[in-house]
Design a protein around this ligand. Structure first.
Ligand SMILES: [Zn+2]
Length: 395
């Protein structure tokens, strides 16, 4: 640990900035990130740090890109976070009002406290400390803060295109309880539309009822799910396929014209969306071959690619050592069952990225979401140590 750096950490400010951010309700949808972006920009500007609002991909929801410039002899360190939070649900079900930032028993409460305004606050403090220390940098420290992560919008992707970074190391500060996540599952949502032939229900045998067809498709999907659950990733666990939405029928006495079924397919690192789509297509073809009345088509409606990096690269080892020094506990390296913007770094521009941040993994999107205040300091200390070894020019 570089004590010159860690001595500059301002714990009160870390908590206050997190609290200020929680008190700005940047709920998405509809996407209220703008006041958060302006708050972050003002903080950075007040410390004399270069930062700009990025009007793409949506000028009404600007993003933030801040940098401390290095001399270019080392690749950059990027600290990424998203500024949006998910809706609160019924606020009366919260014990602490969702945008109050109440602090009790060492925890700060509110929507976004862990996911991920605590992470934004940590990134900001790392940047402020390094800037204040006045140590020259070999590589840039960059803070790309994104809009629209919770709804899968191209926030981080646009920031990476704009910044031009193509190497270095990235930390995505989603809440991991200070464990180090090196792999994340992707997902694909498919809609299967079964075509029937509508008739009056009293003469249903003269039409084709897509609900009857669904009764043979359902078990085939269940069997497919059992098969792919055997495909285990060492860190992410099983691939899965779940039926999540089904819709058919307009009236009690009419057989429906069509039935639509939505599948949520979780994709492990090593699997490809196009191969998964082909597997489901094959399943529909084999049902059509065994029943001439079965007509269905498949549509990919949303996707995230999975992403992973080798768990033994030097930056991961450095972060693990830094976590151990900051917390006194052994760092855990793992995979996540969900997907994050780490995929944009790894898949889109080839920058190795981990997900690592303050706040426990069971907090996001819950009622009375909260963060352990001590996590904020521990994460700041760990990331400062990483920055010290990767981008600071200490001769
Ligand atoms: Zn998040």
């Amino acid at each position: 640990m570089n004590t010159k750096l860690t001595a500059l950490i301002d714990e009160n400010r870390l908590v206050q900035v997190t609290r200020d951010l929680v008190r700005i309700p940047s709920v998405n949808p509809p996407g209220g990130e703008k006041p958060v972006a302006e708050y972050l920009l003002n903080q950075l500007a007040s410390w004399g740090i270069e930062a700009e609002l990025i009007p793409e991909p949506d000028p009404n929801r600007p993003q933030v890109l801040a940098r401390l410039r290095g001399n270019g002899t080392r690749p950059p360190l990027l600290l990424n976070g998203h500024m949006d939070v998910v809706p609160t649900g019924d606020p009366s079900r919260w014990e602490f009002p969702p945008f109050s930032g109440t602090i009790k028993n060492g925890r700060l409460y509110g929507r976004g406290s862990s996911d991920m305004k605590g992470g934004l606050s940590v990134a900001l403090e790392v940047c402020r400390v390094i800037h204040t220390a006045g140590i020259p940098l070999s590589g840039d420290l960059a803070l790309p803060f994104a809009m629209g992560e919770e709804t899968g919008e191209p926030g981080t992707q646009t920031l990476l295109e704009r910044s031009g970074y193509r190497d270095g190391f990235a930390i995505v500060l989603e809440p991991t309880g200070l464990s180090v996540c090196v792999a994340g599952r992707g997902l694909a949502w498919f809609r299967i539309t079964i075509e029937g032939k509508s008739t009056h229900a009293s003469i249903a045998e003269q039409g084709i009822n897509p609900i009857d067809m669904f009764l043979s498709l359902g078990p085939a999907i269940t069997k497919y799910n059992e098969k792919i659950r055997q495909r285990r990733h060492p860190l992410c666990g099983s691939a899965t396929c779940a039926m999540t939405m089904v819709h058919a029928g307009e009236k009690e006495n009419v057989t429906p014209e069509t039935l639509s079924l939505v599948l949520d397919r979780r994709i492990n690192p090593g699997e490809k969306v196009e191969n998964v789509q082909q597997e489901i297509e094959d399943l529909l073809v084999s049902l059509a071959e065994s029943d001439k009345n079965f007509h269905a088509h498949l549509e990919l409606i949303h996707q995230y690619e999975p992403a992973e990096i080798p768990p033994d690269i030097s930056q991961v080892s450095l972060l693990c050592r830094s976590v151990e020094q900051a917390t006194g506990e052994k760092a855990v390296v793992h995979g996540a069952p969900f997907s994050t913007d780490a995929r944009n770094f790894i898949n889109d521009v080839g920058i190795p990225a981990v997900v690592f941040g303050p706040g426990e993994m069971n907090q996001p999107h819950t009622l009375d979401e909260s963060i352990r205040v001590s996590d904020l300091t521990a994460a700041t200390r760990a990331i400062l140590n990483v920055a010290d070894k990767l981008i600071l020019n200490i001769s």
